[in-house]
Write a protein that binds this ligand. Structure first.
Ligand code: PGA
Length: 239
């Protein structure tokens, strides 16, 4: 695991944008794993900037998002498909993107299909991750074991509280999601994790210095051969 600490979150976004840009320039038909939440917003803005400047071409790339809420229509502003359209997809020339369908009739089958579609595409070349305050990656919440494949997840109370800020009331925060599993994430050829802000400092310290433990799901990343972690100073303040 390579860890870089930057003075500001703008610098983190520029560095993350550069890593994505290198991936796409090296392999225009890259399979990219994408994330939602506050963390990647500025990184996506960097990618849009590079696309508009004629530096990046997404037309041959395919993307797979980590997760999607169960039960939110795609038209809901807080669905992850809406988030992705707003922050990235509507502004670049990407032709093929995938998110799990949280409205599928058979959610378990949807999870199996999502996993298979990733495999058929050839697996993920570069997976972007944030980290939850509780150490989750995707929606893989603290657990007594690591869940392997794309799965249907009950969100932890701490996640529901953290996501409350995006909804009018806590009641409206979905309780379930479909998420790539830890195994799905670990099969990515390379992983780029971004952690920003003081609120993440404690869990970042546990991920980097604590034991590999399903109670801190992100700690498994220490066993992956190609992980780059980009931190701002606030997120690195307990290291
Ligand atoms: P955040 O979420 O980027 O909104 O902090 C990260 C996560 O929960 O993975």
């Amino acid at each position: 695991m390579i860890v870089h600490v930057f003075e500001s979150k703008d610098q983190v976004a520029k560095a993350a944008g550069a890593i994505f840009a290198a991936q796409i320039l090296k392999k225009p038909d890259s399979i990219l794993g994408l994330a939602t939440g506050s963390t990647p917003i500025e990184t996506y803005a960097e990618l849009v900037k590079m696309y508009k400047a004629g530096i990046l071409d997404f037309s041959k790339a395919k993307t797979f998002n980590l997760d999607e809420y169960v039960g939110l229509p795609a038209s809901h502003p807080e669905s992850y498909i809406s988030f992705m359209r707003r922050n990235l997809f509507d502004h670049i020339n990407l032709k093929e993107y995938h998110l799990p369908n949280g409205l599928a009739k058979d959610l378990e089958q949807e999870c199996r299909d999502y996993e298979n579609t990733i495999k058929q595409a050839g697996g993920i070349d570069l997976q972007l991750l944030g980290i939850g305050n509780n150490g989750h990656i995707g929606f893989n919440e603290p657990n007594d074991h690591f869940v392997y494949s794309t799965n249907r997840v009950k969100l932890a109370e701490s996640t529901i509280k953290a996501n409350r800020r995006f909804f009018d009331s806590e009641d409206q925060v979905p309780r379930e999601a479909l998420s790539m599993g830890i195994g799905t994430i670990m099969q990515a050829k390379s992983i780029l994790m971004i952690c920003l802000g003081e609120g993440k400092a404690e869990v970042v310290e546990k991920m980097i210095n604590g034991p590999v433990d399903p109670k801190v799901p992100a700690s498994i990343l220490r066993t992956h051969h190609h992980v780059t972690v980009l931190l701002d100073q606030a997120a690195a303040s307990k290291l």
